[in-house]
Design a protein around this ligand. Sequence first.
Ligand SMILES: [Fe+2]
Length: 259
Amino acid sequence: MKLKILYTTLLLVFGILSLFSQHGSGKIIMLYDNYQFSENTISDWGFSCLIISGKDTVLFDTGARKDILFHNLESLGIGLSSVQTLVISHHHGDHTGNIFPVIEYNPDLLVFLPSTLNGKFIRMVENYGPRAIVEQDNRQIAHNIFLSGEMGFQIREQGIVIITQKGLILISGCGHPGIDRMVRKVSKKFKKPVYMVVGGFHLEEHSDDEIDEIIEVFKEFGVEKTAPAHCTGHIAMNKLRKAYQHNFIRSGTGKVIEF
Ligand SMILES: [Fe+2]
């Protein structure tokens, strides 16, 4: 009888655990950013982060300078050999700067490029060994990890979307299409609230009123936590800190955000 109860309890526990594992859990590690978080890392203008979820490891953007990216990787004890997928948000050098050093290090990568990097660039990437794909839609790239789909008019850009138990996480490289528009579009496309927004929000030239309106959109679409970085700008950073209080996550090189 006792054995039967134990057996039933174990089945119940495994059932609950497997239910939770259907949704993404993992971490986002900031590798390259304008802000420093860990003392042993170097900050610089640019963006790169690593997403680790289950067996999947995705590198999103590559930062600008090779010496800084590789210094931060070494300081954080991260090797690139475990990365399976590289995604580039848009064609600016502070995000694409280390594509070739990265693929030289790991030629087995699958690389997703924005449509502004096509033709000759794809051939240059593939000469190193990786397969390069230009994708404009919200394609799945790993378990619970998707491309956001390309957005914007002047500067086309894509983000990363992670599906978690609590809602979506949107990681933005620079936010050129408008971070509020990206949140709105992702929420509608994936039919879920955006739980957390991470990365560059590109609000350096926005007025106080415009930033306030963007924070309102965040709240309207369910954004509970925010980890602004890179090109967000000091004024927007302070406003977000004030609006989100303990749900404001201070980002920067070396920061690990668990989800
Ligand atoms: Fe940028």
